[in-house]
Design a protein around this ligand. Structure first.
Ligand code: URP
Ligand code: ZN
Ligand code: ZN
Length: 466
């Protein structure tokens, strides 16, 4: 069994902050203490560095067929990029083909990931229909460790489901002790607004944002919360982007509904003006929900500070500018929706949260790792530095400065021909990433061909042990 001793680091978890040595035996953390003298196969000196739990990105789309093409990262390239960025677990979205079994969808995603992923992975299941006769599949999915389901109010004719399907699925998910993830936007009304825009010849990328008003996101959030309340299921709003939508989450929580919400770094760092970048470059930021007016950013940061927003995930769904985003030249509705970010999350959030003084170090760690582990049935196996937990550890250099760029080998390993954060200067960088006791990246170099494993997640309220 291999062993690893991390010495002299500052250990930060969601709740603690202390100097200690961390001794790893095999895949798990064996001992945490001061001045440990144990012999180990490898000793890492982490003086001056933060020792944090590996990041968990609970919202990625690797190898996803969407918008007439497929997302540019598969499980191999996407998880290597994630590891370089300090993430050691992703939760990706498996998709049920409409009319087919969700179990078949799960098998397809296992095939995509198995043997390719370099870090551990789990799946949410995207439900595209759920007739009564299929409801027992949801119990089977939960038994297989797929304990959360995403449904869409957006994308009519593609992933959209009606309110009856929402209610049926919510009800079953609640009875099974699982959680619903919701893409909350009124896609039916948005499609009407898009028709009007196109009839007026409004076809540039900016109209992606102008045809998706924040009120339609807020309406979706309100409706999802109301249905979840009646169906008695824990709800998680994915990729919340606006102040209007956050108000609905606050209202739901104030009246005692079990609803939490995630935002994404892009909504904290980018805004609607990006769609007006010349030479069709605005297409790089076409994602759903759309980027919003800049003032929303402060409201979202406050939401993170006061816990109205519970998690930060990327919605990593990269499409190359050349050939993929370009599918939408002359018609913004044909631009594949999504942007890259899995590699940048931990660093840009350190910059925005800690360096710029908005959030504490503990809250940053919570948002990068612990919250996702707890919300999605992976704690304490994942999401913390503790004896018995998986040795998913990042040695984070809080002082290292980089300028994020598609051309910077220290910030870009995603298989996509642009960076959404091009030119952004950050302080704080993941120097060493360890997955279940194996160093996989060190100082910008990939070290092993370590393979990630599927994480069979627990139901709501249950713990998952290593
Ligand atoms: O634009 C996005 N968000 N693409 C991925 C699919 C989704 O809605 O999460
Ligand atoms: Zn979505
Ligand atoms: Zn998504």
């Amino acid at each position: 069994m291999s062993s690893l001793l991390i010495k002299n680091g500052r250990v930060i978890t969601a709740t603690d902050d202390y100097f200690a040595d961390v001794y790893v035996e095999g895949e798990t953390i064996h001992t945490i203490g001061q001045n440990l003298t144990v012999q180990a196969d490898e000793v890492i000196d982490a003086a001056g560095k933060l020792v944090i739990p590996g990041g968990i990105d609970s919202h990625t789309h690797m190898d996803m067929p969407f918008g007439g093409t497929t997302s540019a990262d598969d499980f191999e390239s996407g998880t290597i990029a994630a590891a370089f960025g300090g993430t050691t677990t992703i939760i990706d979205f498996a998709i049920q083909t409409k009319g087919e079994s969700t179990i078949k969808g799960l098998d397809t995603w296992h095939e995509k990931a198995n043997g390719k992923a370099s870090i551990d992975y789990a799946f949410h299941m995207i439900v595209t229909d759920m007739p009564d006769e299929r409801l027992p599949e949801m119990q089977k999915l939960a038994d297989e460790g797929v304990t959360s389901y995403k449904l869409f109010m957006a994308y009519p004719g593609v992933l959209y489901v009606d309110d009856g399907t929402l209610y049926r699925t919510f009800r079953q998910a609640g009875q099974n002790g699982t959680r619903i993830c919701m893409h909350a936007e009124n896609g039916i009304v948005i499609d009407e607004i898009i028709k009007e825009a196109k009839a007026d010849g409004k076809l540039d990328p900016i109209y992606h944002a102008l045809t998706r008003p924040t009120r339609m996101e807020a309406e979706g959030v309100h409706r999802a919360i109301a249905i979840a309340e009646v169906a008695d299921v824990p709800l998680y709003i994915v990729h919340l982007s606006s102040s209007d939508a956050l108000d609905e989450v606050k209202r739901g929580r104030a009246r005692g509904v079990d609803v939490m919400a995630e935002t994404c770094p892009q909504y904290l760092f980018m805004d609607q003006s990006y769609y007006q970048r010349p030479n069709f470059e605005g297409a790089k930021y076409v994602m759903t929900p759309a980027l919003r007016e800049k003032w929303n950013q402060d409201v979202l940061w406050k939401g993170l500070e006061f816990d109205h927003l519970a998690n930060v995930a990327t919605d990593h769904c990269p499409f190359c500018f050349k050939d993929q985003k370009e599918l939408g030249i002359g018609d913004f509705t044909k631009i594949p929706n999504g942007a890259p970010g899995v590699e940048n999350r931990v660093s840009v959030m350190y910059q925005g949260a800690v360096v710029e003084g908005r959030l504490s170090l503990n809250r940053w760690v919570e948002l990068m790792s612990t919250a996702a582990a707890k919300t999605f049935g992976m704690f304490p196996k994942k999401g913390t530095i503790a004896v018995g937990s998986d040795a998913d550890i990042v040695i984070f250099d809080p002082n290292r400065k980089e300028t994020i760029s598609v051309d910077n080998p220290f910030t870009h390993h995603m298989r996509v021909d642009y960076s959404a954060y091009e030119g952004v200067e950050i302080q704080g960088w993941s120097e060493i990433t360890i997955s279940r006791g194996k160093v996989i990246c060190r100082n910008g170099k990939l070290e092993t061909s370590h393979k990630g494993e599927f994480v069979k997640r627990a139901r709501q309220g249950e713990l998952l042990r290593s």
